[in-house]
Design a protein around this ligand. Structure first.
Ligand code: IPE
Ligand code: IPE
Ligand code: MG
Length: 251
């Protein structure tokens, strides 16, 4: 039995959107946790903890308006450059969040998928991600791509390497390589193109998130730190998205 999302604690209801202005796939760069904590004189890790509720509120708000796919940037291939203490915290935290939230995601009909590289990632994190994937495999209300140890360039290089290997083994002819063929080698071939790329914290960059999938995404940068985000921020971003004129190269 799938349950409906609970309304936001403020009682706020989603604006009325025409179905055609709802983005199918929203990418989230959940940035600003460290600054949120710093502003309060707390350790950076407290900011990551405070960011958990923001993500799951956004997921419920996304379901309320009919968004079908969310990709959440939880840990990048560049985040290994942080202090060993923070990296260790983030690994354990990701593992715990996935475990703690999987039943709730399943009740909401959310399908969880892991997108990222296994290399260096803690085995316990991979285990939790795979358990959540299995548990939620048949759900279709919304797909939540948890991007853990994800990097866009890493994804493209890994794909090119696997493709080169298949060419070498004679499994595929060089002349038959197209975008459609290449996509099959990406971390998650079934991921759709990103429609709305949303970043919190005021930074205006993509930081290596979903470059292949975001070439025609509408970019919305919000001046709010991730732990302060909730579904109303997503709805505001969709309002902005609805005003954009997407042309995809056409005149
Ligand atoms: C985003 O918040 C979370 C991760 C990158 C894991 P940050 O930790 O980057 O917070 P700021 O950008 O330093 O404030
Ligand atoms: C992007 O944020 C990665 C995640 C949100 C997981 P960063 O904080 O790592 O990005 P930069 O370093 O500001 O570009
Ligand atoms: Mg940051």
């Amino acid at each position: 039995m799938i349950r409906q999302p609970k309304p936001h604690r403020s009682g706020a209801l989603p604006p009325k959107f025409a179905p055609e202005v709802i983005p199918h796939h929203v990418a989230l760069v959940m940035d600003g946790n460290g600054r949120w904590a710093q502003e309060r004189g707390l350790p950076r890790t407290a900011g990551h903890e405070a960011g958990e509720a923001a993500l799951f509120d956004v997921v419920e708000g996304a379901i309320e308006i009919g968004i079908k796919e969310i990709s959440a940037f939880a840990f990048s291939t560049e985040n290994w450059r942080r202090s060993p203490d923070e990296v260790k915290f983030l690994m354990g935290f990701n593992r715990d969040v996935i475990r703690r939230r999987r039943d709730e995601m399943n009740e909401l009909g959310v399908r969880v998928r892991w997108v990222g590289r296994p290399k260096k990632l803690w085995t316990s994190v991979i285990k939790e991600l795979e358990t959540a994937e299995k548990l939620t495999a048949d759900n279709d209300v919304l797909t939540l791509n948890m991007c853990v140890n994800y990097g866009g360039r890493a994804e493209i290089v890994d794909a090119a390497t696997a493709l080169a290997q298949d060419v070498k083994e004679g499994k595929i002819d060089v002349s038959s390589i197209t975008e459609k063929v290449f996509i099959k080698y990406l971390d998650e071939p079934k991921m759709s193109d990103v429609d709305l790329f949303l970043r919190s914290s005021g930074e205006m960059r993509t930081s290596n998130f979903l470059p292949w999938q975001s070439v025609y995404a509408e970019m919305v940068f919000m001046d709010i730190l991730w732990p302060d985000v909730d579904r109303r921020v997503l709805w505001r971003a969709v309002e902005e998205y609805a005003l954009r004129n997407r042309r995809f190269g056409k005149a």
